[in-house]
Design a protein around this ligand. Structure first.
Ligand code: B12
Ligand code: SF4
Length: 588
């Protein structure tokens, strides 16, 4: 029986871990072919590729991002070849598998819950023509009837699953690999599926180290640990991180979902030593309202979270990403504004504003009536409204989310935004609301925008608002552009009054031994022609560095300055700057 395992990933850069585990777990009894697609590929193409493989059984791994597309593909495959057996597994079919079989006659089998042992049992039962009623975790048809077998207990020892990363060729080069060092979560958040499985199980640490070595050698771009709370076991987490730090790999980073209030001083001290950009942390805040946090089954110590996040920020080596969810119980639009401002004020590298999805199997979906949830019962099950927030308000938050993604995340407008928010608004949320009104008035929300255009639109917004400190703002915008867009010419709309230095003058200054010794010792022997691509020498109408150092106080704007800016290629710190006004004035 020729068997294929497949899935539709959300993007090409992603890969699916489940089908890799499943095929490894049965490799001694069956050769299973693996093939992956993405939801962006043409449905006809996917169907044709699978059909050409002439399989007897195809298993699909289903998630919220691919269920609809997967079902379409399955339907065509079955019409084309009625003898083909189709099996579905994964979180999207785990909680209502019987209904899915009932509504989609072209699906033959569903395996619900953890898949490895059930899949193995299922294959050997089919191959030996045994009775399917003994296969725990299986849902199948018997004539018109749909039979749901007993659930299967979780694997007692995860190490029974052979590692899919024992040999890593170049198949993951420059891609994202999802990696699991533990399964399960100690917490019980009511919007999340991880709360449906009890207990946390761990893979053997030596196996994890071996896999990580292989992935590093395979030149993976990012290893995303899918462990639900990576720091649930501090010692285990530290041993993994220490291993990575000792390996000191280049051009790869490791992403972890961590619970910030569990990070203690020992762990803080430890991570402070990591190389810049090696680790990334994703931290779920979700809301800062106590009643909401309680209703969703979380136990966040918000003060501790803030202290930890600020401390990590001060190290300047770890990219932090904070999550908020709009549409949670008891959180109105006005109250969400407070959650947003509190999170925004932590000034991490990325703020992600998500919208609640009522996932099948989640506590909030089961309690939807209590909170008056309205949503469309189709993936992604995103809420439309609840007792506390209206659809119009959700739409407005989506507009804000889009602007935060464009203007805040990535840090390309850092100083301009900081000046604007500190001097003209009550908080970040008010600024984004104001920008959103302008954005929609101009219909910019209907278009896509290059980064350069985003600078242009922000400049126009500043002009439109008529802020009295527009000179400062235009200089900050120029500074933001130059620092964050290496080797790109300054667009003419960002030029300020103070004249650009001529190329000849810049060359002459960059030859100065004193300057090279003081600021660019590592570039001392580099030809000026080359050095000019690594640095910028720019004039500003104001004393830009002093203004920033003085908390963006417009009264501290000072006089014209010349700034030397060096590009760093860092993920967090992109550039370094020095005020070299005196030196320049001596020379010109
Ligand atoms: C990786 C991942 C992603 C990746 C996608 C990767 C890809 N391949 O394209 C990214 C980051 C893009 C992503 C995005 C989102 N994700 Co996500 N994501 C995950 C994550 C962290 C890991 C999935 C995984 O590989 N798990 C490890 C494998 C081994 O476990 P498993 O998937 O459960 O598989 C087991 C069984 O389900 C079963 N099984 C699975 N497939 C099959 C197939 C067969 C044939 C069989 C027999 C068995 C079987 O056996 C497996 C082994 O035991 C999970 C959380 C988690 N830790 O599982 C969330 C999770 C899948 N995501 C979730 C959600 C909600 C989202 C988002 C909607 C979040 C958002 N933005 O609001 C988005 C949607 C993206 C979109 N484009 O629409 C939910 C999904 C619920 C669902 N019903 O699918 C999860 C479970 C997290 C949660 N909060 O509860 N996600
Ligand atoms: S949201 Fe995070 S902490 Fe909460 S149950 Fe899910 S994985 Fe665990």
């Amino acid at each position: 029986m020729k068997t294929i395992l497949t899935t539709l990933n959300s993007k090409y850069i992603h890969s699916n871990l489940a089908i890799r585990y499943l095929s490894k777990y049965v490799e001694d009894i069956k050769d299973v072919a693996l093939v992956e697609f993405t939801i962006n590929q043409d449905r006809d193409f996917i169907t044709a590729e699978l059909h050409k493989m002439e399989a007897d059984l195809i298993g699909f791994s289903t998630y919220i991002w691919n269920l609809n597309e997967t079902l379409e593909v399955c339907q065509v495959l079955k019409i084309a070849n009625p003898n083909l057996k189709i099996l579905l597994g994964g979180p999207e079919v785990t909680f209502d598998g019987e209904k899915i079989l009932k509504n989609h006659p072209y699906i033959d089998f569903i395996i619900y819950g953890e898949g490895e042992e059930s899949f193995r049992d299922f294959l050997s039962t089919l191959d030996n023509n045994r009775d399917l009623s003994s296969v725990k975790g299986l849902i199948y048809r018997e004539g018109e009837r749909i039979i749901k077998n007993q659930p299967r207990p979780l694997l007692a020892d995860l190490n029974q699953i052979p590692s899919p990363y024992e040999q890593v060729g170049k198949e993951f080069k420059n891609r994202i690999v999802y990696y699991e060092s533990s399964r399960g979560c100690p917490f019980n958040c009511q919007f999340c599926l991880s709360s449906t499985i009890r207990g946390v199980r761990y893979f053997n640490i030596e196996r994890v180290k071996k896999d990580l070595s292989n992935l590093i050698e395979g030149q993976v771009r990012q290893v995303k640990f899918i462990d639900r709370t990576f720091n649930a076991n501090k010692r285990y987490a530290m041993e993994i991180m220490q291993f990575i730090m000792d390996k000191d790999p280049e051009n790869i980073n490791f992403h972890f979902e961590v619970t910030a209030h569990l990070i203690d001083y020992e762990l803080l001290d430890f991570i402070s030593q990591a190389k810049e950009g090696l680790f990334q942390f994703e931290i779920g805040v979700q809301s800062t309202k106590d009643k909401t946090i309680e209703a969703i089954g979380r136990t966040t110590d918000l003060d501790k979270l803030k202290t930890v996040v600020r401390k990590i920020k001060s190290f300047g080596n770890i990219h932090q990403h904070l999550d908020l969810i709009a549409g949670l119980p008891y959180e109105s639009y006005e109250r969400f504004k407070k959650s947003f401002n509190e999170v925004y004020d932590l000034k991490v590298e990325k703020v992600q504003l998500g919208f609640l999805k009522l996932l099948k199997g989640s506590g909030l979906r089961n309690n939807q009536k209590k909170y008056g949830y309205k949503y469309l019962n189709k993936p992604p099950y995103e809420i439309i409204s609840n007792n506390y927030i209206s659809y119009s308000q959700i739409i407005r938050l989506k507009g804000i989310e889009d602007l935060v993604e464009k203007y805040y995340n990535g840090g390309y407008f850092e100083h301009t935004l900081e000046f604007l928010i500190r001097n003209f608004y009550q908080g970040a949320f008010d600024f984004y609301e104001d920008l959103l009104d302008y954005w929609e008035e101009k219909s910019y929300h209907k278009l896509s925008h290059s980064r350069k255009n985003l600078y242009k639109h922000l400049k126009d917004f500043i002009k439109h608002k008529g802020y009295k400190d527009s000179k400062i703002l235009f200089n900050l915008l120029k500074y933001d552009f130059l620092g964050n867009n290496p080797r790109t010419n300054l667009p003419s709309f960002l030029e300020t009054r103070s004249p650009a230095l001529s190329r000849r003058t810049v060359h002459q200054i960059l030859k100065e031994e004193g300057l090279l010794n003081k600021y660019l010792p590592e570039h001392k022997n580099m030809a000026t022609k080359k050095l000019i691509n690594q640095v910028q020498l720019v004039s500003f109408d104001i004393n830009i560095l002093e203004l920033i150092d003085n908390g963006y106080n417009p009264y501290k704007k000072g006089e014209e300055t010349f700034i030397l800016l060096k590009y760093m290629d860092g993920q967090i710190n992109r550039y370094q700057t020095w005020d070299i006004t005196e030196l320049v004035k001596e020379l010109i």
